[in-house]
Ligand binder design. Structure first.
Ligand SMILES: Nc1ncnc2c1ncn2[C@@H]1O[C@H](COP(=O)(O)OP(=O)(O)OP(=O)(O)O)[C@@H](O)[C@H]1O
Length: 745
C-alpha cells in the first residue's frame, strides 16, 4: 500500500487520484485506487474451515511478499463486489493459467498473479507534429588524403592502418584550416570523422617540428574529452596515426586508473595528452611533473558536453594552467551539437576562430568557412541539429506500466527472432542499468529461455577494469544488447550497432542527437527508437523544434513479436488467426505472462526487491533533473508511482522512497516550494518534507542535481564505487565544482 508520512487530509476523486490538501499547498498525487484500503468488512460470512484455509493462504502470500494479491482482491470486491464463488472461480482460473505457464511459481505456496497491465492506463494520444525538413549533411567528398599536403607516411598510415582513403566533408574543411594555424569551432553530424579532422593536423604539425619532438618536451597537444571510454578511443586513434612517428608519444589520463601509474607516465613524458577534465585538474593540482609550457594545441572534443556537465570550473582550471605558461596555442572545439555554451567558451579561449559547420541547405557549398559571429540569428541556427541521413528514427508511446514488457518484446524481436542486431539501450541511472541487466539476463537470457541472448552493461558506477572490458567486448561483438547510461552517449564509435533504444528519454535534444549517433555512422545505416509515455509526447515537438522528425512505431506491433515465442503463450483461448481483436488479446496475455515472469523474479527474494526499489528511486531522482523548459513534458508530478513501480517489476508502489537522494553521499531534499520554483515536487519528496531539515543534509536545486548526477556518471573516477572502498586511507577534499572526492594522503 502506498503510504506517506505526512498527515494531510485525503479525499479520493472518482478518477482514482488522491487529492491532499494542507494549509500551505495543495498537491495532486497519482495513486491508483488499486492501492486503497481493504474493504474486507463487506465480505459475506464464511465457514470456519474456509476462514482457516484463507488465513493459511494469506500467511503464505505474506511470506512471499505478495500482499498485492489481497489488495487486488479487496479492490475487485470494492469495485464490483462479486460473490464469493465468483471470486474463487476467478482466482482458480488465474492460478491454473499462471501455473500452466510457469509451474515454478507454485513452488513456495499459492500462485502469484499479476495485476492487469492493460487496464487503467492513460489513453495513447494522437500525435500531431509540425512538418520538419531534416537538415542534410553530405558525409564524403571525392578528395583523397593525398590531396591534403600531408606527410606521405601519414597518408600511408591512414590508408593501411586506419583503412581510410576518401576525405569526409568535415575533414576536407577542417584539416587545411588547422594546418594553416587558425583556431576553429567545428560542427558536423555524429559519425562524420571529426576525430581525424583534428588528429591528422596535430600529428602532421608535430612530426614537422624542426628539432624532433622528444618525451622531455612534455605535452605539446592536450585533448579533453568527457568520458573515459572516449579518452581511450581517442588515444588509440593517435597511437595508430603515430605509428610512423615513433618519437611522438601519446598518453591518456582518465579516472579509474591508478594515479601513481599515470604520474609515472607523465614524468617519463607524454607529447599528446588525452584526458577527461576532472582527471586532468586532479593532476594539475597534485602532480608536480605536469608542465604545460610547451602546449601548442588544445582540443575540446564534445565541447558542449564538457560545459553542460558542470565541468566549466574544471576547464577554467585547465585554461588558467595552460595560459600561465607556454607559447601561443591553437584551440579547437568540436561537437555535433554546438550550442550557446560553446560559443561562450569560444569567447574565452579561442583566438579569431574559423567556424566550420558542415550542415545546411547548401550542402554543396562545402568549402565555405566563416568567422564565428555573435549574431543571435546565427546562434539560433546552431540549435537546429543534423542527424545521419540513413538513420531511421522511431517513437513508441507506451504507458508506464507496459514499458518493461515493451522493451523486453522489442529486444526479443531484434535479438531472438531476427539476426545480427546489436542494440544500445539508454537508461537514466546506474542503478536502473544494473537492475535491467540482472533482470533481463535472468529472465530473457536464462539457460531455459534464450542462452544465445547476451546483455552487457556500462555505467559510471562500475570499476574501470570492468568498464574497459565491457567496452572492448561490445565493440568486437557482432550482436547483443548494451544497457547503459549516457556515459556511452558521446563520441563512442562502436561498430555495427543497428538499433539505439532510448528507454528513458534524454534531458535535452542535444543528448538525443548524440545517443542516436551511436548508429548510422560514417554513412552506414541504423535505426533508433525512443520510448515516451502518453504524458511525455511533448518531447516529439521539442525534437521537431530542432529539425528532428520521428516516425511512429505502434505499441501493439512491438508486443506482437511475443506471438513468435510460445514461452509466453497465454491461455490459448484465441486461436483465430484472422481476428485482429483475438490477436491483440493473445498478445496482451503474453505480455502479462512475461510481466509476471519479471515480477516473480523481482519478488523472489528481499535483495532483488531492494534492487528494484533502488532502481525505481534512481529513476525518479533522475526524473527531477529535466531542465525547466522541459518540465511541462517531464514532471515528476505526472508520474504514476504505482505504474512506474510496475516498470521495475514491483507489484506495488514502495514506501519510503526519496526521489532526490544524491548518488554519492547525503542527498538533497526538496523542502519548500518557495525556495526554488524549479524544484520538482512529488509524492516522494513531499513525503520527505518533514524530515528534510535533518542536520547535515545538503540541499540542491534541480540544476545542481543534474550536475551532480551527470558528474557522477562522467566522473574522474575518484567518486562513487571505486573511491568508497578506499575511504579509510583517504582524506576528503573538494574538487573544483565543490563535489566531494577522495584524495591520496
Ligand atoms: N575519411 C574517412 N573514411 C572512412 N572512415 C572514416 C573516415 N574518417 C573517419 N572514419 C571513421 O568513421 C568513424 C566515425 O568517426 P569519428 O568517431 O571521428 O566521428 P565523429 O564525427 O567524431 O562522431 P561523434 O560526433 O559521434 O563523436 C570512425 O570509425 C572512423 O574511423
Amino acid at each position: 500500500m502506498c503510504q506517506f508520512n505526512v498527515s494531510l487530509p485525503v479525499r479520493e476523486t472518482n478518477t482514482g487520484v488522491l487529492m491532499m490538501s494542507s494549509a500551505e499547498d495543495q498537491l495532486c498525487l497519482n495513486i491508483s485506487s488499486s492501492f486503497s484500503s481493504s474493504s474486507s468488512a463487506r465480505r459475506k460470512p464464511v465457514s470456519a474451515q474456509q476462514r482457516w484455509a484463507r488465513k493459511k493462504q494469506r500467511a503464505e502470500e505474506r511470506k512471499l511478499g505478495s500482499i498485492e494479491e489481497e489488495r487486488k482482491r479487496s479492490f475487485k470486491q470494492r469495485r464490483v463486489q462479486p460473490s464469493e464463488e465468483e471470486e474463487e472461480e476467478e482466482e482458480e482460473e488465474e492460478a491454473q493459467s499462471a501455473d500452466r505457464r510457469t509451474p515454478q511459481r507454485k513452488k513456495d505456496g499459492g500462485a502469484i498473479k499479476t495485476s492487469s497491465l492493460f487496464k487503467h492506463n492513460p489513453e495513447i494520444p494522437e500525435i500531431h507534429r509540425a512538418a520538419v525538413s531534416q537538415v542534410k549533411e553530405q558525409i564524403f567528398t571525392t578528395d583523397s588524403f593525398s590531396d591534403l599536403d600531408l606527410h606521405p607516411h601519414l597518408v600511408a598510415t591512414l590508408n593501411k592502418v586506419l583503412n581510410v582513403s576518401t576525405v569526409t566533408s568535415v575533414q576536407k574543411q577542417t584539416i587545411p584550416v588547422l594546418l594553416s594555424g587558425r583556431d576553429a569551432v567545428v560542427r558536423s553530424q555524429t559519425g562524420s570523422g571529426k576525430t581525424l579532422s583534428y588528429a591528422i593536423p596535430v600529428v602532421q604539425s608535430l612530426q614537422a617540428v624542426q628539432q624532433k619532438v622528444s618525451r622531455s618536451d612534455g605535452p605539446l597537444a592536450v585533448v579533453i574529452v568527457p568520458t573515459r571510454e572516449l579518452a581511450q578511443q581517442t588515444f588509440q586513434t593517435f597511437q595508430k596515426l603515430l605509428k610512423p612517428f615513433t618519437w611522438i608519444v601519446p598518453g591518456v589520463l582518465m579516472g579509474g586508473e591508478k594515479r601513481k601509474a599515470e604520474k609515472a607516465r607523465l614524468r617519463k613524458g607524454i607529447n599528446i595528452l588525452v584526458s577527461t577534465p576532472g582527471r586532468l585538474v586532479d593532476h594539475i593540482r597534485n602532480t608536480l611533473s605536469i608542465a604545460f609550457s610547451g602546449v601548442r594545441w588544445l582540443i575540446l572534443d564534445e565541447a558542449d558536453r564538457t560545459l553542460d556537465l558542470g565541468f566549466e570550473k574544471d576547464l577554467t582550471v585547465i585554461l588558467n594552467s595552460l595560459n600561465s605558461t607556454g607559447p601561443s596555442r591553437q584551440n579547437v572545439l568540436l561537437s555535433a551539437t554546438l550550442t550557446h555554451g560553446v560559443t561562450r567558451l569560444a569567447d574565452v579561449c579561442l583566438n579569431d576562430p574559423v567556424s566550420i559547420h558542415v550542415s545546411g541547405p547548401a550542402s554543396s557549398d562545402l568549402t565555405s568557412s566563416s568567422a564565428v559571429t555573435s549574431d543571435p540569428g546565427a546562434a539560433s541556427q546552431l540549435e537546429s541539429f543534423t542527424v545521419p541521413e540513413a538513420l531511421k528514427q522511431f517513437v513508441v508511446v507506451v504507458p508506464s506500466k507496459i514499458r518493461l514488457v515493451c522493451l523486453a518484446a522489442f529486444i526479443l524481436d531484434k535479438c531472438k527472432f531476427s539476426q545480427n542486431n546489436k542494440l544500445i539501450v539508454f537508461v537514466s541511472s546506474c542503478e536502473a542499468v544494473e537492475f535491467l541487466h540482472t533482470l533481463f539476463t535472468a529472465v530473457l537470457a536464462g539457460p531455459s529461455a534464450n542462452p544465445q541472448l547476451s546483455f552487457l552493461r556500462l555505467h559510471g558506477n562500475m570499476k574501470q577494469e570492468e568498464r574497459s572490458e565491457v567496452f572492448q567486448q561490445f565493440s568486437v561483438s557482432p550482436s547483443g544488447v548494451l544497457l547503459c547510461t549516457d556515459v556511452a552517449a558521446r563520441g563512442l564509435d562502436l561498430p555495427q550497432v543497428t538499433w539505439i533504444v532510448q528507454y528513458t528519454p534524454p534531458t535535452a535534444a542535444t543528448e538525443y542527437v548524440h545517443r542516436v549517433g551511436r548508429t548510422a555512422r560514417i554513412g552506414g545505416r541504423g535505426s533508433s527508437l525512443i520510448f515516451l509515455t502518453p504524458a511525455e509526447t511533448g518531447f516529439i515537438n521539442e525534437l521537431a523544434n530542432h529539425n528532428i522528425s520521428l516516425s511512429d512505431m505502434k505499441l501493439q506491433d512491438i508486443l506482437s513479436s511475443l506471438m513468435q515465442d510460445d514461452t509466453y503463450r497465454g491461455r490459448g483461448k484465441y486461436h483465430s488467426k484472422t481476428s485482429s481483436r483475438a490477436l491483440e488479446q493473445e498478445t496482451r496475455e503474453r505480455a502479462t505472462v512475461l510481466q509476471t515472469e519479471f515480477e516473480n523474479f523481482v519478488h523472489a527474494d528481499v535483495q532483488s526487491v531492494q534492487a528494484a526499489k533502488k532502481a525505481l528511486q534512481s529513476f525518479l531522482r533522475a526524473y527531477t533533473t529535466y531542465p525547466a523548459h522541459l518540465k511541462h513534458v517531464f514532471h515528476i508530478r505526472s508520474l504514476h508511482l504505482g505504474h512506474a513501480a510496475k516498470s521495475f517489476g514491483l507489484r506495488d508502489a514502495p514506501q519510503g522512497l526519496s526521489a532526490t537522494k544524491g548518488p554519492s553521499g547525503p542527498g538533497s531534499r526538496i523542502h519548500n516550494k518557495n525556495q526554488n520554483q524549479n524544484q520538482a515536487r512529488s509524492p516522494l519528496n513531499n513525503q520527505k518534507k518533514a524530515s528534510s531539515s535533518r542536520a547535515g543534509e545538503k540541499r540542491f536545486s534541480a540544476g545542481q542535481r543534474e550536475v551532480r548526477l551527470s558528474r557522477f556518471e562522467f566522473s574522474n573516477g575518484l567518486e562513487g564505487g571505486d573511491a568508497k572502498k578506499k575511504k579509510k586511507k583517504k582524506k576528503k577534499t573538494f574538487d573544483a565544482s565543490g563535489e566531494e572526492e577522495e584524495e591520496e594522503e
